[in-house]
Design a protein around this ligand. Structure first.
Ligand code: NAD
Length: 372
């Protein structure tokens, strides 16, 4: 069985699906061969020679496309889906809950596609959970970017030329990315406040040294799956009003709030931006799914009322070395459920991880949420 690693073509994508260390480890399996497209790992710090040293062959785009299984990072473009051959396996981020056209195209191409976004958030699947590994990279990168954009020291400094007070940072949304942002901002010395509509997250913010913003007039919004449920219009309004007011006290706001499969909720309005002092920064990690700030422009940095609003689209890709290393490990662990002792690919739909992640097989779209 041959695994192919194509070069990523999405704009700004610096990650690669397999790093040489994972190549080495996958090649320990009987009957497995790996071909990596020349240059695929360059932006992540892995030149072709490292893959060859690890035992892979380095080939052309056509060589990689001939593989039985393709491993990808970014969702594929329509042109890339058009290159797949019938019966081929593909594992990648695929935006399965928001990109119906790709789901249909993958099914009609006869591809067996597994979407990394649909790996269940269970204890058993943790080592394959790319949403978490990449959110960790994104939360860290967001904080470093916000620090750089702020033009300030973040920690307190006492110098001969005067004392610098620490910056005040508010992190909105305290899932994996938000908690990493809280932790990273604390390490830089900031005074950090965090907010989430799931009450369980308040304790987690505190455990990292942040102060939870306890808006307790909102009932706990955690659903049975552990995710946030969408708020009612009235609840949303209450949250927005409270955050718009709190914004006046912050130098930096990092926003990470998301509801799976939906547009990001608006948490900071134009009025909230106007409440912040000139020179403040909003780093909107949710920019790609619409943004948590009303004035965010995805992929752009804009200045409104003297406040810099930064809307990066692919923050995990700003740490391509480690983000790729973690992603590759997630894939390696998932492949552990799919490669037989003889090196053949198999799909066991009795396995809840395989069942949840496989979105197309035998020309059909699978899974109720994906089909919807
Ligand atoms: P996510 O990226 O879907 O959302 C980010 C955060 O935004 C979430 O914490 C959410 O509660 C919050 N949010 C949504 N609407 C908001 C609003 N209006 N205001 C403020 N915050 C809002 O989240 P995620 O990082 O994928 O994590 C979501 C859940 O999954 C958490 O409960 C986490 O503990 C759980 N999880 C479990 C596992 C596991 O068990 N393997 C792994 C990772 C995450």
């Amino acid at each position: 069985m041959k695994i192919g690693v194509p070069r990523e073509t999405a704009e700004g994508e610096n990650r690669v699906a397999l790093v040489p260390e994972s190549v080495k480890s996958l090649l320990k399996r009987e009957g497995v061969a790996i071909v990596v497209e020349s240059g695929a790992g360059d932006a992540a710090g892995h030149p072709d020679a490292q893959y060859e040293e690890a035992g892979a062959s380095v080939g052309s785009h056509a060589d990689v496309l001939a593989a039985d299984l393709l491993l990808h990072v970014a969702p594929l473009s329509a042109a890339e889906i058009g290159e797949l051959k019938k019966g081929q396996y593909l594992i990648s981020h695929l935006s399965p809950l928001t990109d119906a056209e790709s789901n249909k195209a993958l099914a009609s191409a006869g591809t067996t596609a597994l979407a990394m976004e649909l790996i269940p958030r269970t204890t058993r699947a943790q080592a394959m959970d790319a949403l978490s590994s990449q959110a960790t990279a994104a939360g860290y990168a967001a904080t470093l970017r916000a620090a750089q954009e702020s033009g300030r020291f973040w920690g307190m400094l006492t110098t001969a030329a005067g004392t610098i007070r620490p910056v005040r940072v508010l992190v909105l949304g305290a899932g994996v990315a938000g908690l990493q942002a809280v932790a990273t901002a604390k390490r830089l010395g900031a005074i950090v406040t965090g907010f989430d509509i799931r009450r369980a997250a308040w304790e987690q913010i505190a455990s990292l040294g942040g102060r939870p913003l306890e808006l307790d007039f909102i009932p706990d919004a955690e659903d049975e799956g552990g995710y946030a449920r969408p708020l009612t219009d009235e609840e949303n309004q209450q949250v927005r009003d409270a955050i718009d007011q709190n914004a006046a006290r912050q130098d930096v706001i990092i926003t990470t709030a998301a509801i799976p499969g939906r547009a990001a909720p608006t948490l900071i309005t134009a009025a909230g931006v106007a409440n912040m002092g000139p020179g403040s920064v909003i780093l909107d990690l949710a920019a790609e799914t619409g943004g948590n700030c009303e004035l965010t422009e995805p992929g752009q940095t804009v200045v409104k009322d003297g406040v810099k609003i930064v809307g990066p689209k692919n923050l995990a890709s700003e740490l391509p070395g480690h983000a790729s290393q973690l992603y590759a490990k997630n894939l390696e662990n998932l492949l552990g459920l799919m490669i037989t002792g003889e090196g053949n690919l198999t799909l066991d739909f009795e396995d809840d991880i395989i069942d949840a992640a496989t979105i197309t097989h035998d020309g059909e779209i699978r899974g109720e949420r994906t089909a919807r």
